[in-house]
Design a protein around this ligand. Structure first.
Ligand code: CU
Length: 124
């Protein structure tokens, strides 16, 4: 009896949190109706992991935070133009990489942030 009550109330909490989040993201009723009707494939900006490859120059390394900033060229897979931006990176991938190096790299992009999954010094 008590257990099912707890489950029911925690479900209600999850449901209300989800509703709250949805409202914050899509304040206009018309927009949220359209979003609910559409499938994931209609929304390329949804949290879908994408993979890209590029070349660039290392402009900053923060090994403690696990961050690398790359001045990179176009990344066709992600339809990105050339730009300078920061990526998360596992510190062990940074061994042998220093600021100013030309690198070829691969990244995972979740729609908000990128993580370098592979990086190679291309200036040697
Ligand atoms: Cu970029």
């Amino acid at each position: 009896m008590k257990k099912s009550l707890i489950i029911a109330s925690s479900l209600a909490l999850v449901a209300s949190l989800a509703a709250c989040k949805k409202e914050a993201e899509a304040p206009k009723p018309a927009e949220s109706a359209a979003a609910n009707a559409g499938s994931m494939s209609d929304m390329p900006m949804a949290m879908e992991m994408k993979h890209g490859k590029g070349v660039g120059t290392v402009t900053e390394i923060d090994a403690a935070k696990g961050m690398v900033t790359l001045d990179h060229g176009e990344i066709a897979e992600l339809q990105w133009p050339a730009m300078k931006m920061g990526f998360a990176i596992k510190p062990d991938l940074l061994s042998g990489i220093k600021v100013g190096d030309k690198v070829s790299f691969e990244i995972d992009w979740d729609g908000k942030a990128g993580t370098v999954t592979k990086i190679e010094n291309a200036s040697k």
